[in-house]
Design a binder for this molecule. Sequence first.
Ligand SMILES: Cc1cc2nc3c(=O)[nH]c(=O)nc-3n(C[C@H](O)[C@H](O)[C@H](O)COP(=O)(O)OP(=O)(O)OC[C@H]3O[C@@H](n4cnc5c(N)ncnc54)[C@H](O)[C@@H]3O)c2cc1C
Length: 285
Amino acid sequence: MDCELREPSTLEEALDILSHHGKDAMPIAGGQSLLVMLRNGLISPKILVSLENLAELSGIQKASGGGLSVGAMVSCASLMASPEITETARILAQAAAKVASTPIRNLGTIGGNISHNELGADLPPPLLALNAVAECKSLKGTRRIPLGDFFRDYFSTALDEGEIVFRIHLPAPPPRARAVYLKHSRRAEDLAMVGVGLFLIRDEGQRVSDLRIALAGVAPVPYRARQAESLLQGKTDLTRELIEEIADAAAGEADPITDAEASAEYRRKMIRVFVRRAILQALES
Ligand SMILES: Cc1cc2nc3c(=O)[nH]c(=O)nc-3n(C[C@H](O)[C@H](O)[C@H](O)COP(=O)(O)OP(=O)(O)OC[C@H]3O[C@@H](n4cnc5c(N)ncnc54)[C@H](O)[C@@H]3O)c2cc1C
């Protein structure tokens, strides 16, 4: 099937094409997943709308209040190399470094990664743990969607037809915050069988006052393990026993699949191992 590539130079033009052609048009960012799906006949858009020339979707900027605004077209390689990301959201650089291989990291974008919403993608856990918000645009206007509400089902998100991810906003981390991203996969370049993004905040007395655990690869969508997180409430110390309880709870509330790679039971065991390891690493860092 013929597929036409459009390369608009303004956001308005891009949104106009997407809105006008509805399901027949799709945005293309780095093309790393889209072109695989196209070649395999899994999608058949008539028009691809390149986001490459849209300056508003590029760059990493400091926001007022100490957070960051990351353009949807920022690549994984740029996340890894950015001093701003290293300073404010190092967990995102850690996760970007674990994406696939160098060519995919060079071309694959943060906007494409979350919009594609493939099981086991590496960027959603750090973004969920950081309480990131996706700023999305269509001809109807702008919506700010917290990442916790963004992922809907396998390969499905809260984006409406004709709507694109414009920028991703990362709030400033509180003082004494520590974050870790760990990935378990069969081969380094594979998607995560279990991906854990962990964010931990200590109070002035060095007690852990907040714990966020975001998981990928173990349920239809990446999510925060709220039951496991809630076990910290009312506790003054993150003891070894409590860490075990939290890791058990995270494994219990997951909904992993059994496939050719691993059983659901094995995946649950690995959640336990990697959540425990992530907490210990964050405490030690
Ligand atoms: C062999 C292989 C291995 C991979 N391994 C990993 C891995 O280990 N970890 C990992 O995290 N990822 C992995 N990926 C995915 C990859 O990292 C990218 O995240 C992915 O290709 C999407 O980014 P992209 O910029 O290439 O998007 P594209 O391929 O251009 O687009 C993907 C989808 O998102 C939509 N889209 C793109 N940008 C936007 C936007 N701004 N707004 C709305 N919709 C948009 C497109 O319409 C399309 O539906 C792998 C991909 C491949 C092909």
